[in-house]
Write a protein that binds this ligand. Structure first.
Ligand code: NDP
Length: 264
């Protein structure tokens, strides 16, 4: 630690952020760029992802490039990681952040609805983590993987004030990746690959913008902090987990939820 204080320096380290073009992912992209990292953003289909990423690069004076790739496509993820590693790498850290939700009563869910949620939130995270781990194991070099899970890994948060409507597949997909995180951390510890999860509470992004305004206000009022989080409030933990200050942190799930209660 320098005498000037505690700083996290990721200069020239290549960090991959899936879903790094908007919402919480964009906050991660901005934070790692500000810490000096080279950033590779993976996005699905947003038309402005390339422009958004280049803008972050210019703002912080680092290399930043967006790559289109559907994280649920195993071969595409492996190919994209190889490409990023060649063009921007070597990859030093990964934030498997891309996630989706379908809000519908469980009785009305179709096979396609829950397949979609699991394909992105569970298999997409696994594809991303494994693509990085393969590269690192081949070169006998460790790395840090962060999974964006959710407070929903532990609680059943209602999406309506009056009805019991929840997001059963979203919630259970997050429970799955939180468990996956612990399993991968144990399995890959011998390779010096660390795996941790960040579990946000309610954060102001496109995902929560779709909630009914009254429900959003009701939920915010019931939170101990009385408000939803801003995306940048998730970023400090990610910087720590990517840094040299977290070398004994693995298999952890870090809740950044403003002390949300089980009754949410
Ligand atoms: P947003 O809906 O704002 O953004 C989702 C991001 O994921 C976009 O960048 C999107 O790319 C990308 N994405 C979605 N599907 C794919 C795919 N198949 N392949 C590649 N990229 C994909 O989400 P948030 O920022 O709100 O959420 C980020 C993460 O945080 C998610 O895992 C979410 O579950 C989790 N989370 C969010 C909370 C919240 O309150 N917002 C609370 C707790 C957890 P594109 O722009 O191209 O579509």
């Amino acid at each position: 630690m320098s005498k000037q204080g505690f700083t996290i320096d990721l200069t020239s380290k290549c960090i991959v952020v899936t879903g790094g073009n908007r919402g919480i992912g964009l906050a991660f992209t901005r934070a790692v760029a500000q810490a000096g990292a080279t950033v590779a953003v993976i996005y699905r289909s947003s038309k402005d992802a390339v422009e958004v990423t280049e803008k972050v690069g210019k703002e912080f004076g680092v290399k930043a490039k967006a790559y289109q790739c559907d994280v649920s496509d195993t071969n595409a993820v492996n190919d994209t990681f190889k490409k990023i590693d060649e063009e921007m790498g070597p990859i030093a850290g990964v934030i498997a952040n891309a996630g989706v939700s379908v809000v519908k009563p469980a009785l009305d869910m179709s096979y396609d609805d829950y397949k979609y949620v699991y394909d992105v939130n569970v298999f997409g995270v696994f594809n991303t983590a494994r693509a990085a781990a393969k590269l690192w194991k081949e070169r006998n070099h460790g790395g840090s993987i962060i999974i964006t899970s959710s407070m929903s890994s532990q609680i059943i948060n209602k999406t309506s004030e009056t009805s019991p409507l929840t997001q059963v597949f979203y919630n259970s997909s997050k429970a799955a990746v939180s468990n996956l995180c612990k399993g991968l951390a144990a399995e890959w510890a011998p390779y010096n690959i660390r795996v941790n999860a960040i579990s946000p509470g309610y954060v102001l992004t496109d995902q929560t913008a779709h909630m009914d305004k009254n429900i959003r206000e009701h939920q915010a009022k019931n939170l101990p902090l009385g408000r939803f989080a801003e995306p940048h409030e998730m970023a400090g933990q990610a910087l720590l987990l990517l840094s040299e200050y977290s070398t004994y942190m693995t298999g952890g799930e870090y809740f950044i939820d403003g002390a949300v209660e089980n009754s949410q």
